[in-house]
Structures are given as structure tokens and as C-alpha cells.
Design a protein around this ligand. Sequence first.
Ligand code: FE2
Ligand code: FE2
Length: 189
Amino acid sequence: MNHASDILSLWARKGALTYDGEGISQLEHAWQCGQLALQAGATPALQLASWLHDIGHLMTDLPGSPTLHGIDDRHENLGAQALLPLWGAAVAEPVRLHVQAKRYMVAARPGYADKLSVDSVRSLALQGGPMSSEECRAFAALPFALEAQQLRAWDDSGKRVGWFAADADAALAELQALMALVSSRAQAG
Ligand SMILES: [Fe+2]
Ligand SMILES: [Fe+2]
């Protein structure tokens, strides 16, 4: 996956797949996370990371909710590896850290675990459970730890049935525009 166009075609081919056990599609979840980031005033890079945080799920051929089968697909690493050469660490790192952010937030924020969905709680166990205090300290010191937590909060909220762009084409057009914006900023900077 060397080009932004490969990412778009991956979404066009596989975006209709179910997101975890949540009753919405991967594309709906991705779009909602991008919208929540936009509404929160996130940078274009973090908006794009929010949009693409689960792209690793589309890069494997595991069925809808791998955690149901006791499988951790390590989608955060797959996704980050694909995104790093295209848009750099500001997009790739929050994606790579979004699963660790959940482990961190469960340990560090009282009440956070209560808000997680059933599938998210199930995958937490597979992903290593809450962080120890030592792990929390190490995580909090990482570059993009804050962005990863923001992304994580949008990830947790972006599971609303019935909230979507006009259609898949409209959503992908928004994604394409955002990718172009982040690319142009990366070149300018
Ligand atoms: Fe994820
Ligand atoms: Fe997600």
C-alpha cells in the first residue's frame, strides 16, 4: 500500500465490513471518528489518524470481529506501518498507540472502563489488560501519547447507529480531501 489511492480503494472494497460487534460498518466507524476529531478542532493529521486508525482491520482477511474468536490481529501495528511512509509520525503514531491508549486509560482514568463496549472489553483482555503503573508512566512519556488518548476517546464514541455521510461515496470524497490536505501540509512543512 504505497499511495493514498490504495487506501481509498481498500475502503471502497472493504468499508462495508462490520465494525467489531457494534452494528455499524468499518466505514461508518471511520467516518464518525474523523467527524468527532474535526468537531473537536483536531489538526488535519490527527483527523486523518482518527479516520484511518482501524485500517489494519481491512488489511487482514479475518472476519468481522476477530476478538470473538480469541484473536488479536495487531491491527494497530499493521495500520501504522502502512501510514508512516505516506504521512509520517503525526498520523502513524496515534494509530499505532490507540490500543495501548485504551490499556492506559483503563488504568489511569477512573470510570473509563465502564464506558467501553462489550467488544472493547473483550479485546482489552486479549491486548494485555490494564497497564501497570510502570507501563502507564512509560506510555505517558511517549510522543503522541496525548493524541492517542484523544483518538481513543473518539474511537469509543464513534459507534453510533445511523450517523453517517450522505453515502459511502460522499464519505470517501471527504477522506480523499483530507488526505490531500495532510499531504500538502507535509510537503509544505
Ligand atoms: Fe482499533
Ligand atoms: Fe476503532
